[in-house]
Design a protein around this ligand. Structure first.
Ligand SMILES: Cc1cc2nc3c(=O)[nH]c(=O)nc-3n(C[C@H](O)[C@H](O)[C@H](O)COP(=O)(O)OP(=O)(O)OC[C@H]3O[C@@H](n4cnc5c(N)ncnc54)[C@H](O)[C@@H]3O)c2cc1C
Length: 285
């Protein structure tokens, strides 16, 4: 297979090229280049950095749209609603400032690492992944897009063009807590995201997710249900009593399965309290 490089200047051209050959898409390159290490790049590389239409955050009547070339820095700087605070906190914890300037949210999802920091906050926002090919467009729930460790539902000829957040899920406030072996520039041992709507001291809506404790980050729907209707002050006790059946952590160089399971419980509590205290004006965004 002869190496090939193309840098289309509009989406139509990119989609046409995708019908011609089996390409690897290059966005910020912060996963792509380390994956090649010191090996030469011999495949076919479709560089999407000329597609200006895919960068930025916009909205329609029903959705908030994050273009596929939107970087972590763009997320951190955007004046989002409070429901996106968790995603903004995650943005500030991805690698370093340099990585945040280059790396894209869509690249984080497409790389499908179990430790991808963007996945839990986007799960709590009920995110959909917009996929395009020359044939048309479809929007897949994020939960159906990432199929396993480094596996997505993308098929040949397709690319991700945006992440879409339904406005119906962009309610309340949110938090994000990442546990690593040190404070910065670290791969997560576990991370938790929470979105909460608190009304008159009670949890009206809860959406919780945990990453790096299973092959794919998981929504904790059983816990969401237990929290809904409960007094906000009882949330820590409810989370402490939950047995997290959604998680299947493994032992690896960063932590044991047992440690991850215990840590997950604690960071879910912290992420929920962060979201709930934002709701009552307790923290700055
Ligand atoms: C030093 C360092 C620190 C890091 N720290 C963190 C961290 O703390 N947390 C974390 O989650 N990640 C971290 N990362 C990983 C990486 O920065 C993120 O996953 C980033 O969001 C990837 O985005 P990208 O645009 O660079 O993707 P790329 O490297 O360009 O692509 C990643 C993968 O996605 C595919 N792809 C990209 N865009 C599309 C698209 N639009 N359609 C279809 N396929 C696409 C590519 O083909 C490739 O397989 C780190 C990386 C480095 C080098």
């Amino acid at each position: 297979m002869a190496p090939r490089y193309a840098k289309p200047s509009n989406l139509g051209e990119a989609l046409r090229l995708l019908t011609e050959d089996q390409w690897t898409i290059l966005a910020g390159g912060t996963d792509f280049y380390p994956a090649h290490s010191e090996k030469p790049i011999l495949g076919k590389v479709l560089d999407i950095n000329g597609l200006t239409e895919l960068r930025g955050i916009s909205e329609t009547e029903s959705h908030i749209i994050i273009g596929a070339r939107t970087t972590w820095t763009d997320i951190a700087n955007h004046p989002f609603l409070a429901a996106f605070y968790g995603l903004k906190l995650a943005a500030r914890e991805v690698g370093s400032i340099q990585i945040q300037n280059r790396g894209t949210v869509a690249g984080n999802l497409c790389n499908a690492s179990p430790a991808a920091d963007g996945v839990p906050p986007l799960l709590t926002l009920e995110a959909e992944v917009e996929i395009r090919s020359a044939e048309g467009m479809q929007a897949l729930p994020l939960e159906e897009f990432i199929l396993g460790n480094r596996r997505t539902a993308l098929r040949p000829g397709e690319m991700v063009t945006a992440i879409r957040i339904p406005k119906s899920a962009a309610t309340g406030t949110s938090g994000f807590v990442k546990l690593g072996a040190r404070r910065y520039l670290v791969i997560s041992i576990a991370m938790a995201a929470a979105r909460a709507v608190i009304a008159e001291g009670r949890v009206a809506e809860a959406a919780l997710a945990v990453g790096a404790c299973s092959a794919v980050a998981q929504r904790l729907r059983g816990l969401d249900e237990r929290l809904c209707g409960a007094e906000a002050g009882a949330a820590s006790a409810i989370i402490s009593a939950y047995d997290f059946p959604e998680l299947s952590p493994i032992d690896d160089v960063r932590g044991t399965a047992g440690y991850r399971r215990e840590a997950a419980r604690e960071i879910v509590i912290r992420a929920f309290l962060q979201a709930a205290s934002l709701e009552s004006g307790g923290l700055a965004a």
